[in-house]
Design a protein around this ligand. Structure first.
Ligand code: ATP
Length: 253
């Protein structure tokens, strides 16, 4: 069986005459975390929408979880789950009711057990019966993630998952993502927080002006910029320095 969760070759997408993606290529290995970075408007959400079958491409060969996206979108939809930028939960219902609704929609066999497990795993047992309107932003985000992974999808898309979270909630979210990976789920995430990518991702790709301009492990990206020598202390470049160096260099061409 193939070890590839996502394969993208020659992806192009325009909105009318605005070319957003101009030939994007990348692969994501099963069981890994892949982080897609890019400035505002680079096309990260567009890539997620295409990979989750919400938008059609103009050109490109794409496979997601072993299925061809163009010819077999239903099979793709069965294996993936998506958390978008806007928290997709119902404020009037309680956390437990929201999860139960998703469990019903996904036809999960042991619905009650799955919901309780999920509340426990995402630290929401105590707040389970409260209406969502009383939840903090971090709690809503955790519930959103709980709903995303309910029913054990093979592949999860997280579009800027830690937007609006305070540092403590962000650290808790990172633990949740690490747990998802331990459970064998492949994670594709976009983020503006470069530290997030540094902390979580096995591979990082930078999208700029419609193309992936660099991709690799953090170690490989570090090799792009030589370490700075300050007296006798060697300082490794941060992902932020690498990001700025490659995007500014390309932008100036
Ligand atoms: N439905 C649409 N119609 C027209 N233009 C669109 C549409 N969706 C996205 N765009 C444009 O495509 C470009 C890429 O948008 P996208 O939302 O994918 O960027 P992004 O990298 O996710 O940005 P951000 O970090 O701000 O969320 C932007 O210029 C945006 O205005």
């Amino acid at each position: 069986m193939s070890n590839t969760a996502i394969s993208v070759k020659g992806l192009e997408k325009s909105f009318k005459d605005h070319e957003v993606l101009k030939g994007v290529d990348f692969e994501v290995k099963k069981g890994s975390v892949f982080a897609l970075l890019g400035s505002n408007g680079a096309g990260k959400t567009t890539i997620i929408k295409i990979l989750t079958t919400l938008l059609k491409t103009n050109k490109g060969e794409i496979e997601v979880c072993g299925a061809n996206l163009r010819t077999n979108p239903e099979q793709v939809r069965e294996k993936i789950s998506l958390t978008g930028q806007n928290v997709a939960v119902d404020d009037i219902l309680s956390g437990r009711e929201n999860l139960d609704l998703v469990a019903k929609l996904r036809h999960l066999p042991n619905r009650k057990e799955a919901v309780e497990d999920s509340l426990r795993r995402f630290d929401l047992l105590e707040a389970g019966d409260r209406a969502l309107a009383t939840y903090s932003g971090g709690m809503k985000r955790r519930l959103d993630l709980a709903m995303t992974v309910l029913g054990s999808p093979e592949l999860v898309f997280l579009d800027e998952p830690s937007v609006g979270l305070d540092p403590e909630a962000r650290l808790a979210l990172w633990d949740v993502i690490r747990d998802m990976v331990k459970a064998g789920i492949t994670v594709f995430l976009t983020t503006q927080y470069l530290e997030e990518a540094e902390q979580l991702a096995d591979r990082i790709a930078i999208l700029h002006e419609g193309k992936i301009i660099v991709q690799g492990t953090m170690e490989e990206l570090k090799a792009i910029l030589p370490p700075k020598k300050v007296e006798y202390v060697e300082k490794q470049p941060t992902l932020e320095e690498i990001f700025l160096a490659v995007t500014v260099k390309k932008g100036a061409e």
